[in-house]
Design a protein around this ligand. Sequence first.
Ligand SMILES: [Zn+2]
Length: 254
Amino acid sequence: MLERVGRCARLIYFSKNTLALTGAGVSTESGIPDFRSDKSLLWERIHAYRFMPIDAYRDGVDDYIGMFWRYWFPLLMPMIHAQPNINHYFLARLAEASLLSTVVTQNADGLHGKAGSSNVLEIHGSISGGRCFSCKTTCPMDYILDEIQAVRIPPVCAQCGGIVGPDIVFAFERTPDYDKALERAAKTDLLLVMGSSLLVDHVKEIVVGALNNGAHLVIINNQPTPFDDAADVVIHEQLSQVTRTLWETMERYW
Ligand SMILES: [Zn+2]
C-alpha cells in the first residue's frame, strides 16, 4: 500500500486543481450507516419514500411527507450529532494547504463542513435544514426538530404555511451543487475519489467529466468500482487507514 499511497501523495502535490469526490465510506466511521449496504427495515422504508416518484411527493400529500419525517427522524438525530473523522479532517487540511479546490460529496451529513471545509458541494442535499414545498424557503433544522418533537408532523413553513420536507434530494433531482460539480469536474486535473463505489449514474457523470478533461484519477474505496481500470492509483483498503498513511506521507510537503 505504501508505494501506491506515495504515488497518490505525489499526484496531489503536483496537481493544480484537485477535486475530491466522497461517498458514504468517508462517514461510516463517524457512526453514519451506508445507505446502500444497510438492509434494515427502517432504511428500506426510507428508500421507498425517498425514491418515490418526485411528482407523487410534490403533489403535497401530507401523509407522505409526514411518514417520511417519522422514519427519517430516528436516523436524523445521530447524524446531527455525528462528529467528523480523519477522512473529513484530511480533506480540510488539504484545502488549507491549497492542495484541494473542491469537495464534492454524496453525503448529506454536513461532516465536511464541521471539519472545517468551506469548499463543499453537497450534490444530494444536506441535513442542515428543510425546504418548504410551496415557497421554497429553507427552514432551519432547530425549528423542524421542535415541530417534530411537538408532534406537528409534517412541519409547516413559518413563512407561508406550506409543508416542509427534508432538504435532501429525492429520486435524483439536479441541484445547483450538482451542476457546479460537473463544471468543476470538467476543469480538474486530479479527481480523488474517497469512500464511493461510483455506482450511481449521476456520480459516474462527474468521473467521466474529469476523465474527458484528461484528469488523473485516484480511487480509495474498500470495494472495486467501475472506474478502477481507468484510474492511476486504486487502493482497496479500509479508508481511514489509507487516509492516515496518506496524511503522514503528505506531511513532508507541508
Ligand atoms: Zn413556505
